[in-house]
Ligand binder design. Structure first.
Ligand code: AKG
Length: 317
């Protein structure tokens, strides 16, 4: 065998030793494609020191209200938490159609996504059943066009911590995985009505450094018009957290643009915590972050996301 071939054989077949000890407890639910291990206990212990740095307010521009934690997750565990979540969460590459006038176009979401949670009108009880928030009665299957999933312990742990830090409450966790510099999210704002007015969104970064760009929405001309504020660029590093609140979503757009270079090839995870008030929020989030196609799972051997094969049921007769 040639040297190059030998090297790539070993690269493929010997996955690196994980940076954490697997927790043997798992979160299971009929809506999960596989059980999801609890957050390793070492990470839980280290998170007692979060936020690693005090949050700095960024509110020097019109309608902008951010708190930037650089970082929030202690540097000692940020890379391990990244490896753990990439390895253990189910991901999707969602495709959907949009109609612009008579023309239907297929949109291929340029990143991997996943979502957990349910809006305020429902909750999961101790047994994992979806129940009405007020009455505690089981929710009819027909209430949602999707199958809501409870937050697994590993994300719920971070949610509770974030609630304490930010003095806000959250019932949804959306996760993006940007495999390389070609993965991105275009300019948008999270200002959907189902989040209510002035929503607070806590957004975590793990893995590769990526630029987070923000620009004010166009200000219509008129006697009261003021100049558009300068754009914002935050070079989000592993462990950083940005809390967006107040008028930010209503008045500003944000994006993670495509990037060249080697850094972005490490992959980046983004976790956002938000609160959806009504069932439309639940349906929207599952439609665009889980979709209707097959799932993906990180392969430590192949060092990439691989499509999950449907379980083959062998009938022995
Ligand atoms: O990846 C990020 O930091 C931004 C994610 C985002 O804007 C979103 O999920 O709405």
């Amino acid at each position: 065998m040639k040297r190059g071939a030998i090297d790539s054989f070993f690269k493929l077949s010997i996955p690196k030793k994980p940076k954490y000890e697997t927790n043997t407890n798992t979160s299971s639910h009929p809506s999960y494609p596989h059980p999801i291990p609890y957050l390793p206990t070492d990470f839980q212990d280290q998170l007692a020191f979060a936020p690693a740095e005090e949050g700095k307010p960024i509110n020097d521009r019109l309608d902008l209200d951010l708190v930037y934690y650089q970082p929030y997750i202690p540097p000692s565990i940020a890379s391990g938490v990244f490896d753990f979540l990439r390895q253990e969460l189910p991901f999707y590459r969602v495709q959907y159609n949009i109609k612009r006038g008579p023309v239907e176009t297929q949109i291929n979401t340029p990143r991997y996504t996943t979502v957990f949670g349910v809006d305020e009108t429902s909750r999961f009880n101790e047994s994992g059943d979806l129940v009405d928030s007020k009455s505690g009665k089981k929710v009819e299957k027909s209430k949602y066009k999707c199958t809501p999933r409870p937050l697994p312990q590993c994300l719920d742990y971070l949610r509770k911590l974030t609630e304490g830090t930010t003095n806000e409450t959250y019932n949804f966790c959306l996760v993006n995985y940007y495999a390389d510099g070609k993965d991105s999210i275009s300019y948008h704002s999270d200002d959907e009505r189902f989040l209510g007015p002035d929503p607070a969104i806590a957004s975590f970064s793990l893995g590769a450094k990526r630029d987070f760009l923000m620009k004010h929405k166009p200000i219509p001309p008129g006697p009261e018009a003021v100049p558009e504020p300068k754009q914002v660029k935050l070079p989000l590093g592993s462990g950083d957290m940005v809390l967006m609140r107040g008028k930010t979503q209503g008045m500003w757009l944000h994006s993670i643009p495509k990037r060249a270079g080697d850094e972005v090839k490490k992959g980046r995870i983004n976790i956002t915590f938000r609160k959806a008030l009504v069932k439309g929020g639940t349906e929207n989030y599952y439609q665009y972050n889980v979709g209707t196609g097959g799932g993906f799972r990180w392969s430590a051997r192949e060092k990439m996301m691989v499509p999950k094969k449907d379980k083959l049921i062998l009938k022995l007769s």
